[in-house]
Ligand binder design. Sequence first.
Ligand code: NAD
Ligand code: UD1
Length: 339
Amino acid sequence: MQKILVTGGLGYIGSHTVVGLIEAGFDVVILDNLSNADKTTLDRIAQITHHTPIFFEGDIRDTELLSKICLKHPDIKAVIHFAGLKAVGESVAHPLKYYDNNVVGSIRLIEAMQKHHIKNIIFSSSATVYAPQKEAALREDDSKTPSNPYGQTKWMIENILKDQYGSDPTWRISVLRYFNPVGAHGSGLIGENPKGIPNNLFPYIAQTASGIRQKLNVFGGDYPTADGTAMRDYIHIDDLVKGHIAALKYSSDHKGYHAFNLGTGKGTSVLEAIKVFEKTNEVKIPYEVTARREGDIATCFANADLAYKVLGWKATKNLEDMCRDHWRWQQHLNQCRSH
Ligand code: NAD
Ligand code: UD1
């Protein structure tokens, strides 16, 4: 049984991946500082998988802790590195916090991996690294111009990993650029629970459908798209998890540095997302078309051919699946709130 260290393993994508890893027969060690997660997620993972993964509460910047984990678990074969801060607006207001947490944190982690001969990493990058103007499907080799400090941290870490591979070609490095992950585990026991007012579309839609928010502001109705609203490539969290497992399997046979888009390849407009959410879940989402959100682009969707060609991975879940599973999770949150 291969042992995998998962940093940020109690967060949204991390917790679903931990479940996927356990179900695929991997042994998991989690490191998370709980800055954006709750320890009860560990119990939820145990409830779903009937197995409690080993958990270290702590920070990826803590060199001593990293050494302790590596010495205690010398059989760790690879690291899936989710730990990071991800709020674009906050990164503009507090750039140093982002560079420190994400970039310095990743350097500390890579150093520890090199020292303890764990030369296999899967890194969570983002579609946000691409230059914002392009209107066609984004390919891995398209130009990169991150437009905010959060995106800069992702692009910097990608380059640090590339240079690390350049210095030691025995590394196995998979950079996964996620498009817009949404949805939740089919059990309804784990999902994303944003603090405060959600920035992202799906959590906002789900809260509006629940009556927590009065109405959804649709940011911009004058984009050059069929219905005038912006288009994104929403991908079900289950598909994203499968992408990590495919990358892990690939890296066990292949050294090298690779970057892959993880998206469906299909753009969905804000109005389409609202309509499908309403129809799938038989709910009403009051909305109003307002001004564009600063910094937003008209369309962003993946060309995911490379992941299919190399990893044999492609997304299989559709927008109805995403809406249904997101709503099931929101209803679980609503129940917790009312008790
Ligand atoms: P999340 O905030 O739910 O999970 C991140 C986890 O990392 C949290 O549990 C947090 O407590 C932990 N963490 C943060 N800094 C840490 C540190 N210094 N040491 C230890 N633990 C730390 O976010 P998520 O949505 O699950 O995203 C996971 C990764 O994927 C992030 O790196 C994010 O930038 C990237 N990503 C996310 C999206 C998205 O839409 N969710 C899109 C593209 C990329
Ligand atoms: C955001 C992040 C990006 C991250 C991505 C995936 C910003 C600026 N960018 O991008 O870094 O990689 O999420 O998680 O935060 N919308 C509304 N009303 C709302 C919320 C959103 O109309 O209340 C629209 C947006 O204008 C956009 C679409 O819905 O057109 C999706 O928005 P969002 O979920 O925030 O994702 P991104 O903008 O793609």
